[in-house]
Each structure stands twice: as C-alpha cells, then as structure tokens.
Design a protein. Structure first.
Length: 304
C-alpha cells in the first residue's frame, strides 16, 4: 500500500498540548483537549490497522481537508483501490450509546453530533469534486468505531457503521477483493492530495492565556509532562520512562513557544526563561544556530 500522506497532529491539538500542564484549563477546555487527543489517538490506531491489513495495491491518504464551492470537509482517511474509493470517518467513542435512526446519544440521554452526518458531508463534497473532474469510480463511506469499549444499541444497525468487533473482518474482506492498481487510480490519489487545504488559524480556537500564567520549564515530548531529569546530554522522563537527547527536548520546548507566540521573535534569552532556566543559554543558542536561521546581530539577534 502506498501512503502518500501520513497523519500529523493538527496545530490546534499541538497548541492545546502546549497549554496543558502549563496552565490550569477550565473544565470545558480540558474536556475539549481530551476530545482532540482521543480523536487523534483513535485515528492513529486505525492507520496502523489498515496498514497491517491491506497488503495489496492501494493508495492511502490520511487527514484530508477539502474546500469545494465554499463548503469544507475534514476527511479522516481515504483508501483508493482499483475498484473503489473508500472514505472513513474514525470515531474513538467509548462507553454505551444508542442510535434511534436519527440521533446518537449515550445512555444518560446526552446527544452527540451524528458521525453519519459528518460522513455524508464528506461524501457529498468529495462526490462533487470527482464530478467536476469527470472521474467515475464507486465511492463507499464508513464510520469506523475504533475503541473496543464502545457499544451501540440500536434496532436497525446502519450498514455504513463498522463496530470494533467488525473492523478486522471488514478489512480482510476489503483486502481480498482488491485488484491490481491502475495508473488512473494512482493519479487520482496525487490529484486529491493537491486539493488539501491549509488549516484555519488555530490560535483563535485556543482558550485565552497570558505569559505570566504559564508554567515555565521543559516537558517530555512523549507524554507532555514536566516530570523530567535533564543532564548534559539527555532528558529522562520519570513518568513514561522515555529517554531522549537533550536537544530534542529543547526543540520540543521551542516548538511550543512558537505555537503559542508565533509573532514573538525567538531569542536565546526569552527561550531560556521559557524553559525555566533548566537549560543553559549555551545549549539553547547552539540548538537555535543548528536548526533555525539567525537574523540580526548583537542585541537585535533572533531566530526564524
């Protein structure tokens, strides 16, 4: 299988990660962060499953943002085979839900946004695009419930919802039915990739924050915790036990600073305080010199 676009964390999720543990989030913001994080983790699990299951020729695109005729859709995953184009809406729901044929709700009656509506929006926009291109290929859409702890109660199970216990069987069947790829299928994948849109500015979607409120220091890139031990060469996390080179920890801290303060000039001094004085100015400066472009001299020196 040819993966032409791999999944990455959205800028919004990365921004929320940067704030998490640096400031006490309001319950609604903390819940939003957890939802974003859970969604990304579920999508990564699906990526691994489909890559393990599909050993025949196919084109895989993850996380495609389309905007056609003023309407946009975020498509979690697309798989193109010689005979079909599959669209997947991946959900990492957990717990017990019921589906009435119209609404999805948990057993306490809390109604959630219908994943079927989200899927249908993606299918509509994608179908419009294929029609504009005069591309004729069957399109099949599925909502994939990836979490094994998810249960759906319904009298009439929708055919386009794949439950956790059904996923492996579905993927095996899809793999067995795939045929050798044609050049037109490969071209279609590359053409769709050119339509991928940039994310909308994410800073406006972040909760308000002030520099003085944020906890300063170096975090573990693996689990996002401050519980780390720094040496001259390494950063060891006491929470997840991950050990990485000190430069990677510095780069992670710089990346968070850039996400939260994109308009501020990056200077060794400011980053020294951002990292809580836990890393020497020499190491910060050396990392900036290696990975960023130096602008200006002396007092006006900063990095881009």
């Amino acid at each position: 299988m040819n993966v032409i676009k791999e999944r990455e964390k959205s800028s919004l999720l990365r921004g929320m990660e940067a704030l998490h543990n640096r400031v006490e989030l309001l319950p609604k913001d903390d819940s939003y962060y957890s939802s974003l994080k859970s969604g990304y983790e579920g999508e990564k699990i699906f990526d691994r499953k489909i890559m393990d299951a599909i050993n025949n020729e196919a084109v895989y695109i993850s996380d495609l943002l389309l905007n056609i005729n003023g309407k946009s859709a975020q498509i979690d995953a697309i798989l193109i085979t010689a005979s079909c184009l599959y669209v997947f809406e991946v959900k990492n729901y957990y717990g017990e839900y019921k589906f009435s044929g119209v609404e999805f709700a948990n057993l306490n009656g809390y109604v959630i946004v219908s994943p079927l509506d989200q899927l249908n929006r993606s299918l509509t926009i994608l179908t419009q695009l294929l029609k504009q291109w005069n591309v004729q290929i069957p399109v099949d859409g599925k909502v994939v419930c990836i979490n094994p702890s998810f249960t759906l109660f319904t009298e009439d199970p929708p055919e386009n919802i794949i439950l956790p216990t059904q996923l492996d069987t579905f993927l095996k069947k899809m793999n067995s039915q795939s045929k050798p790829m044609t050049s037109s299928s490969r071209i279609l994948g590359k053409r769709l990739l050119t339509m991928n849109q940039q994310e909308v500015p994410f800073q406006k979607q972040l909760p308000p924050y002030e520099y003085v409120q944020l906890r300063k220091g170096v975090k573990c890139p693996q689990c996002n915790n401050f519980n780390v031990v720094l040496t001259q060469r390494s950063c060891r996390c006491l929470t997840c036990k991950k050990q990485i080179a000190i430069q990677l920890a510095i780069l992670y801290a710089i990346d968070e600073y850039k996400l939260l303060y994109p308009r501020k000039k990056m200077t060794t001094r400011d980053l020294f305080y951002w990292m809580g004085g836990e890393v020497s100015k020499y190491k910060i400066s050396n990392t900036l010199e290696t990975h960023y472009k130096k602008v200006g001299r002396s007092k006006d020196r900063h990095y881009e």
